[in-house]
Design a protein. Structure first.
Ligand SMILES: [Zn+2]
Length: 221
């Protein structure tokens, strides 16, 4: 069922971020930074950072339970219609789940959303670049836009060249926007790998990349 409180959350987050940047400013939503986007001929206004903030909140929430910190929201016409967070990676599990990715869980929730959904008009916000499985699922679902925060150099799927794939994928016109709130997502992964109990992707290429990126403050915003 659609929970309109997310819209208020997004507005509150936007205002909070603005105040953190300039505590003396009496900012309101009209002053919040917004970005104009064009997606398949349909123009709309969207505050990417505000919605990514909601995805980051979910990532932080599951990180507190020892899960890999990835969160996701799906937005249609300025409203959050589905959300999901990583599950199945906590240290107490005998076997890791490689199906319960944040994007897959959000897509499942989108299927049971009570609002009429036009996939083409939906934007998926994820705190990490979708893997090949999730990218494929997003393409099959027909979502119009993907926005992610932190790149996944080990398992990211969005850079694959669709021109060489069968028509079902090749004909997709999904738009991908990268690097929104990248530093905040990077911080979550850095903190995750710093906790001794967390074993998921420990000593991996991804962990090494996260640590290296975290040492490059000038590169991140
Ligand atoms: Zn995935």
């Amino acid at each position: 069922m659609l929970d309109c409180s997310y819209i208020k959350d997004a507005i509150r987050y936007s205002i909070r971020q603005k105040k953190q940047a300039n505590p003396d400013s009496g900012c309101n939503i009209k002053q919040a930074p917004k970005e104009r986007c064009r997606c398949k001929g349909m123009q709309y206004t969207m505050n990417h950072e505000a919605f990514m903030g909601l995805a980051l909140d979910q990532a932080a929430a599951v990180a507190a339970r020892g899960e890999f910190p990835v969160g996701c929201v799906i937005v249609q016409d300025g409203q959050v219609v589905a959300r999901g967070a990583r599950f199945g990676t906590s240290p107490d599990r005998s076997m890791v789940s490689e199906v319960d990715h944040a994007e897959i869980r959000a897509l499942r929730n989108l299927e049971i959303c009570q609002q009429a959904v036009v996939p083409q008009n939906c934007t998926l916000f994820c705190t990490m670049e979708p893997c090949l499985m999730c990218f494929g699922a997003i393409l099959l679902a027909g979502l119009g836009t993907i926005v992610y925060a932190f790149e996944d150099p080990m398992g990211g799927g969005t850079s694959c060249d669709l021109r060489f794939l069968p028509p079902l994928y090749r004909d997709s016109r999904v738009q991908v926007i990268r690097g929104i709130c990248r530093q905040k997502s990077l911080d979550l992964f850095y903190n995750f790998f710093n906790k001794e109990a967390n074993r998921y992707w420990k000593n991996s290429f991804l962990e090494a990349y996260v640590r290296k990126q975290h040492q490059m403050p000038g590169k991140n915003k």
